[in-house]
Write a protein that binds this ligand. Structure first.
Ligand code: MN
Length: 332
């Protein structure tokens, strides 16, 4: 059993390659509710293994957001419900799964004699596997996969390059987050050299929004409020707005991001009417304020700068409660 290795810069090429070379039937999984990094890297890694003559199976437990359908192999990832229980894998490659819970139902195929390979770039990875490669300085598992491919001399084609660039683009917020390093951009350059087209990937993921979602955004932004000398920005979403925009509830994903775009804002909130007595709250902050501490007061959680909770009050009551709480936090 290998120890977890944090802040590891180099790809553990030799050991990882040997383990993969010695495997015959492999399953490649990523976490439930996969994002661009999870999907792009899952597909790229599977292609590498197939090109090396392995029997490779992919699996998903969640629906895949439509915006990722441009990665053609997405359609070849079967839903776990359509797969027989009794398949056997000698090796399972888990991509950015911090624990067994995030692997989801696919963990049923991991037994004592399965070689589990754990590849991640998150600090909180607790999945102790046969082989652990954790590089918290990497922007994405897509970046890590590329490092490995380059180290073993695997040449990526346009399809693999597209998936890896999609992974890196999404996990860096289009090269904006502080995980974006010189190496990230070098790798992105190499992927473009291999045929990935940044404009196409960005258009597919970010600029094919449903008209109903844009209509909903307009309604929500129309009610924008600033409090506490502009340090608190608040958006509210009512059931009526959803109905008027003919939008699904899931189309409110990401709306909260609009709260942090303006000058002077330190905390952004999206209050979403759930029932007459329950309000869902998404919280975002710039560096100074820990919003997960506030979400925690209401039984929620998340990260320092991004968290959420369900408050058992009406929308109007919730609004006042949060204005009061943040008045103190923002020294307003
Ligand atoms: Mn990631």
């Amino acid at each position: 059993m290998h120890k977890l290795t944090f802040e590891q810069q180099q790809s553990p090429t030799v050991e990882l390659k040997k383990m993969l070379d010695d495997s015959t039937n492999l399953l490649v999984v990523s976490h439930i509710d996969p994002d661009g990094d999870a999907l792009g890297t899952q597909i790229a890694f599977a292609r590498y293994l197939k090109d090396n003559g392995k029997n490779v199976t992919l699996v998903r437990q969640s629906d895949i957001p439509e915006k990722y359908n441009f990665m053609e192999a997405v359609k070849d990832i079967p839903h776990i419900d359509s797969m027989p229980n009794e398949i056997k894998f000698d090796t399972v490659v888990a991509l950015e799964c911090p624990d067994f819970k995030r692997i989801g139902l696919a963990s049923k195929w991991i037994s004592e004699d399965t070689k589990l390979i754990n590849i991640d770039h998150h600090r909180d990875n607790n999945l102790v596997a046969c082989f652990n490669w954790i590089n918290i300085k990497a922007s994405s598992v897509g970046e890590m996969a590329y490092e490995y491919f380059e180290a073993v001399g695997y040449t990526v084609d346009k399809e693999v390059a597209t998936c890896l660039l999609a992974a890196i683009l999404t996990d860096t917020g289009r090269f904006r987050y502080n995980c974006t390093s010189q190496r990230t951009l070098e790798i992105a350059g190499k992927l473009v050299g291999a045929g990935a087209v940044p404009q196409t990937i960005c258009d597919e993921i970010y600029f094919k929004i449903k008209p109903s979602s844009v209509t909903l955004l307009g309604k929500v932004l129309n009610g924008i409020e600033f409090h506490h000398d502009g340090k608190l920005c608040m958006l509210t979403l009512t059931k009526q707005m959803l109905a008027d925009a003919k939008a699904e509830s899931s189309e409110s994903d990401g709306l909260v991001d609009n709260t942090l775009y303006s000058q002077g804002v330190e905390v952004g909130l999206l209050l979403k009417e759930f029932t007459d007595t329950k309000t869902k709250v998404s919280m975002r902050s710039k560096d100074a304020i820990n919003v997960s501490a506030v979400a925690g007061q209401f039984g929620g959680g998340g990260h320092y700068n991004a968290s959420g909770c369900l408050i058992e009050k009406s929308l109007a009551e919730t609004k006042q409660i949060l204005i009061d709480i943040y008045k103190e936090k923002l020294n307003a």
